[in-house]
Design a protein around this ligand. Structure first.
Ligand code: GLA
Length: 380
């Protein structure tokens, strides 16, 4: 929804003008999947799709939210923040309010209208975008500012503890700190990060498989437990502490499934570092080959891909001008990405639009994405 339409909606609901607009983007992860909760490395970029909240501060501690997408209002008091089972979208925002207050920020209430164009439940982190936009809205309403890393940690805590999803830090971090034209190499242990500039002449094409995400929650948590078990058996704090060489020497000591999960994570961490080095040398073919290896490992060792994701990846890899393709995000459905030369992006999109439905019986949604800035707010 355009800002002017949101403003009109705000006026019609709240009888005054919104004075701030907060926004935060969704993301794709270029490489480094299921490594964040193992204290490893990831390389996501923020995309040019976001969640917006326009609002005006109130004099009391009431937060009134209207979701334009769900056409629903949800209201709460900052004095007693509880989940609203009738408006689950609001729980990401309630959780953020609770965590900001627990961490010592003095918050004011506000009236807000929320709307986004990050597709929901398709693996592009609409929840992290909602959380980070909420952090920004509270900053705007309360005259506060907050460091981007702290903001990401509190938003993650909101999702872990208030919403009850045990995600890692990647999605909130990139939604908070993304930079236009860049991906971010994030060390999920130290939370240090470096910008990695994306080369001119290539497009990141995102393909939403539109297949329902099955098992996403339960299998995600199970993978986390398997990684913890692997770390325990290898005698380390987390899989981040194991090098590829050390792992390969001890792989046979582990139960087969645990060994597969560990192999994915440990090699994937190294692939992220190799991919960043390749990007810095402008070696797109190496970068693409690492993306391909990442997908194959997620499919065969981590077992989180799906027939639909594999179909997109197959079609993309078979198309001229594509450097590499892989699933992105948690998996079990959701989106795949391809790194493709600009002049081949349209023909790749056409091929997927034609072939993917033949192979899967589904219609894909295809977006070319641009690396964008992280969360912010401005006066309107
Ligand atoms: C989801 C989680 C992230 C990360 C990815 C897998 O997007 O929210 O924290 O674990 O899955 O890389």
């Amino acid at each position: 929804m355009k800002l002017s339409d949101l403003q009109a909606l705000f006026r019609s609901r709240y009888d005054c003008a919104a004075v701030f607009a907060a926004r935060a983007p969704g993301r794709v992860n270029l490489i480094g999947e299921h490594t964040d909760y193992n204290e490893g490395f990831v390389l996501p970029m923020a995309i040019d799709r976001d969640v917006k909240i326009i609002g005006a501060a109130r004099q009391d501690g009431i937060v009134r939210l209207y979701s334009a997408d769900f056409e629903q209002e949800s209201m709460f008091s900052l004095d007693a923040i509880r989940p609203d089972p009738a408006a689950p979208w609001s729980n990401y925002m309630r959780g953020v309010a609770a965590m900001l207050q627990n961490d010592g920020l003095a918050l004011r209430g506000f009236d807000g209208v929320v709307s986004g164009d990050v597709p929901i439940a398709s693996g592009l982190s609409s929840s992290a975008a909602t959380e980070m936009a909420t952090v920004m809205a509270f900053c705007a309403a309360s005259g506060q500012s907050i460091d981007g890393v702290r903001a990401a940690r509190l938003a993650q805590r909101a999702e872990n503890e208030f919403v009850g999803v045990k995600c890692g830090i990647m999605d909130q971090f990139i939604s908070s700190l993304g930079k236009a034209g860049h991906a971010l190499l994030i060390d999920c242990r130290s939370l240090e990060y470096e910008l990695a500039s994306l080369p001119a002449g290539v497009t990141v094409l995102v393909v939403d498989t539109t297949a329902p995400r099955t098992l996403a929650g339960s299998a995600y948590n199970q993978r986390r437990r398997e990684c913890e078990e692997g770390a325990r058996l290898l005698g380390v704090r987390s899989l981040r502490d194991v090098s590829v060489q050390a792992f390969e020497r001890r792989r046979d000591e582990l139960p087969v499934v645990i060994a597969r999960r560990c192999a994915h994570v440990i090699h994937e961490n190294q692939r992220v570092l190799d991919a960043v080095a390749a990007l810095r040398r402008n070696e797109l073919s190496t970068f693409g080959a690492l993306m391909n290896q990442s997908h194959d490992s997620l499919r065969d060792l981590y077992e989180v891909s799906s027939a639909e994701l594999d179909a997109v990846v197959d079609i993309a890899r078979d198309t001229p001008g594509v450097h590499g393709a892989r699933m992105t995000g948690a998996g079990f459905g959701g989106c795949a990405i391809a790194l493709v030369n600009d002049d081949a992006a349209a023909s790749l999109a056409d091929r997927i639009a034609a072939e993917y439905p033949r192979r899967t019986g589904r219609t894909p949604n295809i977006y070319a994405c641009v690396a964008s800035d992280g969360a912010n707010w401005s006066a309107v």
